[in-house]
Design a protein around this ligand. Structure first.
Ligand SMILES: [Zn+2]
Length: 197
């Protein structure tokens, strides 16, 4: 089970604090951050009631099956196999419009290119690593690279990464949590920086 049915905390990952109910400005927090809120227990209890149906995918191409692990899904061209993240009528790879078939994308890939972001919107913690990842077997996806020091000494183009899923800090207007995805260095290939912190 990838997610705890009672708390909706992702297995193996530090849950992001369930905070308040009112929508606010987007606030990015590191996965291990805690919120200095004395009412946290109360907030979590309230969250349990609002998440009865599970989190909402933050993007349409993130799929959350009832009986499986979350994953990214692309649309593969029936003509040439090119993969796109959004619905389209004509393939920009081969120009045909024969149709597209949904395809589950690999959780593994390699870092195609990245940018270390030092300035962002108020409330967004910087620096962070904005990345574009080529997934194994096809599919190019943009996302943030986490669990790594955000500097060129550690982040390398071509490095193997994997997709992870996490409850996002922000909620929708009804207070429902979002499930979002990040990339991190492949845990099975290298030690995770800061994992002991
Ligand atoms: Zn095509």
């Amino acid at each position: 089970m990838w997610i705890d049915s009672a708390t909706h905390e992702l297995a193996g990952w530090q849950p992001v604090e369930a905070v308040a109910t009112a929508p606010g400005p987007y606030v990015a927090r590191p996965p291990s951050a805690t919120h200095p809120n004395d009412d946290s227990t109360k907030a979590i209890d309230m969250a349990k009631e609002t998440v009865a149906t599970g989190p909402i995918p933050v993007v349409a191409y993130l799929k959350i099956p009832d009986d499986g692990d979350p994953h990214l899904e692309g649309q593969a061209c029936d003509g040439c196999g090119a993969i796109f993240l959004s619905e389209r009528s004509t393939c920009s790879g081969c120009g045909r419009s024969d149709g597209f078939s949904a395809r589950q994308l690999s959780k593994y890939g390699e870092l195609y290119v990245f940018s270390i972001v030092h300035r962002s919107l108020p409330g967004v913690e910087v620096p962070y690593v904005s990345a574009i990842v080529d997934l194994d077997g096809g599919g190019t996806v943009k996302g943030n690279l986490v669990n790594i020091e955000p500097d060129p000494e550690h982040v390398k183009m071509g490095m193997p990464v994997e997709t992870i899923y996490q409850i996002a800090p922000q909620r929708d207007e009804a207070g429902n949590p979002y499930l979002t995805y990040y990339f991190q260095p492949r845990a099975d290939l290298r030690p995770r920086p800061g994992s002991a912190a």
